[in-house]
Each structure stands twice: as C-alpha cells, then as structure tokens.
Design a protein around this ligand. Structure first.
Ligand code: CFM
Length: 538
C-alpha cells in the first residue's frame, strides 16, 4: 500500500524533542499544489540541528572543491592544517583534458601550508607567503588561489593581504578566499564566496575580442564523470562556441575572456547564479536556465540557445543534431521501460541534481516518491519567484554581497528589450528558474537537509527501488538492502549528461533496480539471531 506522506512526516517528527520537531516540520513538506499552481513553502538554507547526522559539507568544500577545483591551471593552496587539504584531495570526480602535453594541469596535486601549533599561536601568514613562493618556483602557474580553512578565520590571518603582496612580487594573479569551513550553514556559502572572488579577480581581465557568431558560457557544469566532454561535443556539432565553462574542464584564460560571450547558459542554478547575475549587470550578458541532464532537457536546452540567437541556420543544425541522437535514445528508453516502469526512486543530493535527475527517471517511467536538497535555498525548491520573500538571516549576512554596477565602457546589451520579452513568452527560462517542487508529483515528500535517522525510516517505510545520494550514505543504504546510486560522483560511471549520458544512465539504473542480489542481503547478526532463536526453540 502507498504510504500516506502526512503520516510519514508525523512519524519522522515524533522522534525529535518538541522544539526541534517544531522547527524541523518546516523543512519536511508534502508537495501539494494550491489551486493557483503555487507549491507549499519550505524552509531551507538554515542550520542543521546539533546532533543530527547531516549530508552536508563545509564552506571550504564548496569554494575550493566545487567551484574552483575543476579549473586545471589555477594552482590551489589550502591554508590550514594538513587534514583539510588531504581529505579534499581528488574526492570529486571532476575531470579535465589539457589541449596539449605542455599544458598545465594541477588537479592531481594537493598543496597545503600544513599549519602547526606554532602558526596557530603566532600567526600563519609568514608560512603562507613562503608556501606561495615555493609553489610558484616549482610550477610557474598563471594564477594561484589561496583557500582559508577554519583556523585561519579564528586566528585572523589575512590571506587577502598576502595574496596582494604576492601578486605584486611574482607578477601573476594571486587571490584569496575567506571560505573558512564554519562560514554559513553548508557548502552553499562557499559557492557564493568563490563566485565573488572569481568575478572580482578573474572575469573580464582579458579583452581579446572573439569573432565567432554564437558565443556562450556554460555556468554550473563541473564535468563530473566526463559530462562536460559530452556537452562540449554537442555544442560544437551545433556550431555554438563555448567561451568558458564555470568550471568543468575550464582554464584561467577562459574565465578571463568569458565576458566576450553573448549568453550565459546556467545548469546548476544553486552554485553559480551569482556569476550569471553579476555578469549581466556589469557586461549586459543575459542568462537562461538550461538542463543538459535527460534527453528531453538536453534537446530543449539546445533549442532555447538557438532560439536566443534567432538564426535559421543554427536552428536547423540544432534540430539535425537532436534527431541524429534521439533515435538511439528512444530505442533505449523503450527497452528499459519494459523493466523499470513504475519502479520508485528517492533523490537526496546537493543543491541541483535532486531536481535535474528526476527528468532521467521520468524518461525511464520511474516515479520519485521523495526528494530533497542538502543545501539549496528556497528558490531552488519553489522557483525564483519567491526570492523577494526569502528571509536573509545572520548566517547569510556573513557572506559578502558584491555591489556590482554597469561597466560604462564594456556594457553591451546583447538583445533589445522586445527580443527579451518575446523569448520569455516563448517559454525560454530567461533570468528564471522554476525550482524542483513544481515539477514533482502531488503527494511526494520533499525534505530539506535530510538527517540520517530520516533516511533509515524512509527506506523502511517506502522501500524504494533505488536511493540516490552520496558516499556518506551509500553503504548504510545498501545494508538496508536497497541499491544506492551516487549522484555526486556517479560511483565509477558516467558521463550522464546529454543524449549519450542519458543512455548510460538508463542502462545503469536498469541494472541496479533489476538485479536480484538485494533480496539476499542479510546482516550476519540477523542470521545469528535466527540461529539463536532456533537453539532456544529446540
Ligand atoms: Fe551544483 Fe554540482 Fe549540485 Fe553543487 Fe555539490 Fe556536485 Fe552536487 Mo556533490 S555544484 S549543487 S556543491 S550540481 S559536488 S557537481 S554533485 S553536492 S547536486
């Protein structure tokens, strides 16, 4: 029988002390649309209850790991105790491909100042300076980024002044991030900090004009498992020039020249919408929300980009690419539907994929019974229309909000106001993101910042055919006899973006939900208990 989501919610809350339950109730929502189509309000981007096991990461992770990490030729130095650097080393499957054997690729390195007691007591700026000089002497990079870990903020080291001095001394771009792990309530704060500094120190620093016709940046794509390679190939075949991706398979030079693009296409809204907005204000580049996850989303996104450029030849090329790809996609969809139709999935991932991957499951005929983000904000759930009503609390006020103005010499409106209105009315998500909840079924459970206790209960109550989360959850879920697909790293799979990626995903999920192995999972102590019971009975 289908569980009643309201009863499930009450049951989850019943385990908490009264005050906690009252607060938590606002983060667990049954997706029931009102008559006007509006979705319920959800509380998000708030502190995790102390004592709860959260899926979240820290601000340093969001800044160094997520946004800047995938750029291969910015040399990243972690200012802090060695653990922060070591445990954030190569943990995200962001891939990169140099253009030639001589090109720099620092992604495989782990550079840290290895703070010791002495630095905590007497300050670590001296050691940081020495580290930057040593790193420069070894690698001669174009740019060095310095990332702050918790103790840096606690003892008051000024990474920005060290960066300024080093920039002057070495003659390369050096910039720092105040991304101490404790800032904000999750890694989301780190995205914002990373976006600000990228925008301040890198974007727009190379004025080389670009002669190409259809120039875009792709924002919020991080090349996990090779996704960016698939998208790059698609765009190229369509005749669209990708100036820069923020930041999958990216380079410093591409960021610097990215203001030459005529459109910003935003994939992961949560991590990078700040850059899209700032680039529009300063340079006049409009942004649209795209989604290259799922075959339908990919086709729609390519069409919207073509629509933006209003070019008959481009539109034709895009249609050709879509039809070339779709035959195989539809064949595979047909095949997996025969085995997967009606099966259920749960997605509790990050700040973007819990939504975007729902399309792939829908294409397989599967149903999402519960989903949520780890660290997204209300607009990622309910849509950007709620932005004016989002309360800014003390934790968010902690993060610098850059004041950006139009650059009088470089601002260039890419489209006239009439064009923009026309685009909007034709269904292109211009300056807009709908959010996850409007796309979800009635009665689905939406839970923000899922706690581990709730994970276990959901598995028991719903017994979904697959649970999508990350490495911290994976084995606990599988011990419950339910397959767990990692949607952060894709386990060892992928790419899952674009048409080719969709096919990969269908095959992978089909394999996971249809294997019989999970019905044989029994923990050794459960077996022992049976034996013991038998012994007592005899
Ligand atoms: Fe954006 Fe991401 Fe995500 Fe994210 Fe992430 Fe990631 Fe993610 Mo892991 S930038 S919000 S901070 S889509 S690392 S590539 S998978 S939690 S859903």
């Amino acid at each position: 029988m289908k569980p009643n989501p309201h009863t499930v919610k009450d049951e989850l809350l019943a385990a908490y002390p009264k005050k906690t339950a009252r607060k938590r109730a606002e983060q667990i929502v049954v997706n029931e649309r009102r008559a006007d189509g509006a979705v319920p309000e959800i509380k998000a981007n708030v502190r995790t209850t102390p004592g709860a096991i959260t899926q979240r990461g820290c601000t340093y992770a969001g800044c160094k790991g997520v946004v800047i990490g995938p750029t291969r030729d910015i040399l990243s130095i972690t200012h802090g105790p060695i653990g922060c650097g070591f445990y954030s080393w190569l943990t995200r499957r962001n891939q990169t491909r140099t253009e030639g054997p001589e090109d720099a690729n620092y992604i495989t390195y782990c550079l840290s100042t290895d703070m010791q007691d002495e630095q905590i007591v007497f300050g670590g700026e001296k050691k940081l300076r020495a580290a930057v000089e040593e790193a420069y002497a070894l690698f001669h990079p174009k740019a060095i980024a310095i990332f702050s870990t918790c103790p840096v903020g606690l003892i008051g080291d000024d990474v920005h002044s060290v960066a300024r001095d080093m920039k002057e001394k070495l003659g390369i771009n050096v910039f720092g991030f105040s991304c101490e792990g404790y800032k904000g309530v999750s890694q989301s704060a780190g995205h914002h900090i990373a976006n600000n500094q990228l925008f301040k120190h890198v974007v727009g620093t190379d004025e080389t004009p670009r002669p190409e016709k259809f120039k875009i940046n792709l924002l919020g794509e991080y090349n996990i498992g090779g996704d960016a390679f698939v998208i790059e190939d698609l765009l190229e075949r369509c005749g669209i020039t990708l100036i820069s991706t923020f930041s999958g398979n990216s380079t410093y030079a591409a960021f610097a020249n990215s203001h030459m693009a005529d459109l910003n296409a935003v994939m992961c809204h949560r991590s990078i919408n700040y850059v899209a907005e700032m680039m529009e204000k300063k340079f006049g580049i409009p942004w649209i929300k795209v989604n290259f996850v799922g075959a339908e989303g990919t086709a729609k996104s390519l069409r919207h980009i073509a629509q933006y450029f209003k070019d008959a030849e481009l539109i034709e090329r895009v249609e050709k690419v879509i039809s070339d790809e779709m035959t195989e996609v539809l064949e595979m969809q047909f095949e997996v539907r025969s085995r997967c139709e009606g099966k259920t999935a749960m997605l509790f991932v990050g700040g973007s994929r819990a939504h975007s991957y729902q399309t792939l499951f829908a294409e397989m005929g599967m149903k999402i019974v519960a989903a949520g983000y780890e660290f997204a904000h209300r607009d990622d759930y309910e849509g950007r229309r709620v932005l004016p009503t989002v309360k800014v609390d003390a934790d968010s006020r902690n993060i610098e909000e850059l004041e950006v103005h139009r650059d009088e010499t470089r601002y260039l409106p890419r489209r006239g106001p009439d064009d923009l209105v026309q685009l909007q009315t034709s269904g292109v998500n211009l300056h807009d993101y709908q959010g996850m909840m409007p796309d979800m079924e009635e009665g689905a459970l939406v839970i923000d910042d899922l706690y581990h206790f709730e994970t276990e209960r959901l598995l028991e109550i719903y017994k979904p055919d697959v649970f999508c989360a990350g490495i911290k959850e994976k084995y606990a879920v599988q011990k419950a006899g339910i397959p767990c697909k990692q949607l952060h790293s894709y386990d060892s799979g992928g790419p899952y973006a674009g048409f080719r990626g969709a096919i990969n995903f269908y095959k992978e999920i089909d394999r996971m939900v249809n294997t019989k192995i999970w019905s044989h999972v029994q923990a050794p102590w459960e077996a022992e208990e049976e034996l013991a019971d038998d012994a007592i009975a005899s």
